[in-house]
Design a binder for this molecule. Sequence first.
Ligand code: MN
Length: 492
Amino acid sequence: MATFDDLKALVRQNNPAADIPRLERAFAFAQTAHAGQKRLDGSDYVTHPLETAYTLAHMNLDLDTIIAGLLHDVPEETAVTAEEIEKNFGSAVAKLVKGITKLGKLKYRGLERYAENLRKMFVAMAEDVRVVLIKLADRLHNLSTLSALPPIKQQRIARETLEIYAPIANRLGIGELKGKLEDLAFKYVYPEEYDWVIKIAQTRLEDQLAYVKGVIKQVQKILSDNNVPIVSIHGRAKHYYSLYRKLIRKDMDISKVYDLVALRVILPSVADCYQVLGLIHNLWKPLPGRIKDYIAQPKPNGYRSLHTTVFGDDGRIIEFQIRDQEMHDLAEYGIAAHWHYKEGGQKTINLPPTQLKWIKELLDWQKEIKDNEQYLQALKIDAFQNRIFVFTPKGDVIDLPDEATPVDFAFSIHSDIGNKCSGARVNEKIAALDSKLKSGDMVEIIVDKNRGGPSEDWLKFVKTNLAKSHIKNYLKRKRGGLLNFFNRRGKQ
Ligand code: MN
């Protein structure tokens, strides 16, 4: 459990110029407002906003966000109003707290309520993504104190975390928080599987960690022999829930999980990354098909790194993740890295445009789908599950739902390309417009400039909401046009 002194130390460490007296005033304000209130586990209520703020500080967010974390439950849970927060801490903090209050208590109260809350969350995210970061930090602490709640509530909250919060954290690129949220929820949603994963992982994990220690020494030596400076090198054990998901894909055979402990090498520059990849391959033979260049081809959530899996000494298999510090920050903190303090000003890390585009897309089509059940369905398909990644001829990555077709691809590039699309080449071969794309496909759309617009038949096979709404809009406009034409004729 974090104390207020821990929080202060962390804030100071991240940003030596931080206004600590302001942070102290915020904590005192939260303490007074929540005085006498207890959490269900018997602890003082203020421990909860304190832990929330600590998580935000750990993500290296700006002081306004950390203060909003300290005050996030004040308007909802106490007699103190958002106006008083504004008077004491300014409008930026008040806006964040109001955003959290507006989100309300995200609880399942039937499907309707669930969908409504999600809608609110995406609106908040588009207005200021920090509101959702506070909500995620809030959820993390609520999960870690879940044992104090009745089993039915535990289930609800844990399940909602796996279905909604962790995927959002993932899409925002915050790998660190996503892993923590999933592992905490895992044992409530799948208790037997959780125990099982822990049991099979543990013996192997210790063994692998010991082995990795030796590998680290060898890598340090070859890098120093070649005068490559290292920022840091460490082994990282896979999170339990993601291990469980992987085991399901690997016939429950843990010997096929090569990244149980991955070795992370953080280097000063991109050029160093490629050089070190070469040095490692020179020492150990890589497994075929497992070299991934996510620097040249980042994942859609912005993740960048070089990955390779090699046969180490004694034929033991080990995965390397090679990156520079900025890539590392983005992998751990994702969108939150945008607010990291940098000496001489903030925001030196540019966000991957795909993230911002994703948020905007969610917002656009959530306005269109009025039916809540349909909305949830679309959300699960479109936003979270079973994504495939295909390439444009120029090598840009387009992220689509499973079973998406060339028409979905065309509309995700541009509505004009969708409207005028007349054929497609997949991996340089002509393919039907309703063929199902697979991850790694290279897709090229054949455009017919004289084409009037999309065909109604396409509605039978397109998978993305974006394509559906473009086609429907076009058809509506076309019918509207015809109707006007007949109306005018009628009047003559
Ligand atoms: Mn809270």
